[in-house]
Design a protein. Structure first.
Length: 348
């Protein structure tokens, strides 16, 4: 089972051009801001939107091509949405069995298969309940069982965890990872959350304005982001410039000292934990020291993430205690220092 899709289509101001291949058992994550084209692509794969041009082939069968478009109900796919979208008038078991019933499977056989899947997703004994009686996490598990019960060639996951609270999300993410590891078909995951992509995907494609701006394994994308959107997702400050040996001249005019020789167009990437903040100009040998102004502050786990604007735009993580002692409210003036050895440099 495998997916090969080449899609070229317009939706309002969006012009989506995307070519992807997803191998047997592989999970591909589509990351991107709102309006990038992620959901448009999923709608094409699901048969809910016919592309202007392109071709979709799944497991050797043509789903979309010039003059051909297989209707959604005849596509061997399963889909999980942001909201579980279970039929409220059906029991949980009948929801899971619904796809099998529409394909002509007898009621008793469909319900028996559904019961097996409910056990696999941790909902054993809840088959007779109505969806309104389930928690959010239980409803998403039921939706996953409904998507997988028919052994689809393609599984589409459209923000499947975004409606869950943080604690439930951790549990369901772990369960989803376990089920995806045993799924034989191709999986396409749409998400805004880099943690979901890193935890669940084998490969990541980043879309912006209908175009692929970066692709690779989760580790590759996180380690070397190529756009400001990706850098912000993984918490980096991305500084484009030109390498001149141990100096990078930023496009904005400032200079950054680095630990390794760099030549030509490069990115300098700085992690928030590598940025030290000072209320007054510090003594010492720090080469990278800039006057900055705090323009935003957000609690981030055990720290406060500060957005800095100045000669070099940066993001810094400081402890809550330091934040309070330094008076780092928006508008505060600070000095920011970064060691040369803490700056990653790579070609643009």
């Amino acid at each position: 089972m495998s997916l090969a899709a080449s899609v070229d289509t317009r939706r309002g101001e969006l012009h989506l051009r995307l070519d992807v291949e997803v191998a047997d058992g592989e999970v591909l994550a589509l990351l991107g801001p709102n309006g990038a084209g992620k959901s448009t692509f999923v709608r094409v794969l699901a048969g809910l939107l016919r592309p202007d041009r392109g071709r979709v082939v799944v497991d050797g069968e043509v789903w979309d091509d010039e003059g051909t478009s297989r209707p959604a109900h005849r596509r061997a796919l399963g889909m999980v949405f942001q909201d579980a979208l279970l039929f409220p008038h059906l029991s949980v078991a009948d929801n899971v069995a619904f796809g099998l019933r529409t394909r002509g499977v007898r009621r008793a056989e469909a319900r028996a298969t559904a019961a097996g899947w409910l056990t696999r997703v941790g909902l054993d004994g809840l088959g007779d309940r109505r969806p309104a009686e389930l928690s959010g996490g239980q409803a998403q598990r039921a939706a996953l069982a409904r998507a997988l019960v028919g052994d689809p060639a393609l599984l589409l996951l459209d923000e499947p965890l975004s409606a869950l609270d943080a604690r439930t999300r951790l549990t369901v993410r772990a369960e989803l990872r376990r089920h995806l590891a045993g799924f034989r078909g191709s999986t396409v995951l749409v998400t805004h959350d880099p943690v979901d992509a890193m935890a669940l995907a084998d490969r990541v494609v980043v879309l912006e304005e209908g175009r692929v701006v970066q692709a690779g394994t989760p580790a590759e994308v996180a380690r070397r982001p190529r756009t400001d959107y990706v850098a912000r997702l993984v918490g980096l400050s991305l500084l484009p410039g030109a390498g001149e040996g141990r100096l990078v001249r930023l496009d904005g005019g400032a200079a950054v000292t680095v630990a390794e020789d760099a030549r030509g167009p490069v990115f300098a990437a700085v992690r928030p934990e590598s940025v030290a903040l000072y209320a007054t100009r510090p003594d010492g040998s720090t080469r990278n020291l800039w006057r900055e102004r705090v323009v935003g502050a957000t609690p981030h786990g055990a720290t406060v993430r500060c957005e800095l604007d100045g000669e070099v735009p940066l993001v810094a993580d400081v402890t809550a205690t330091s934040f309070a002692e330094m008076g780092l409210a928006p508008g505060a003036e600070v000095w920011a220092g970064v060691k040369a050895s803490e700056i990653a440099v790579y070609a643009r």
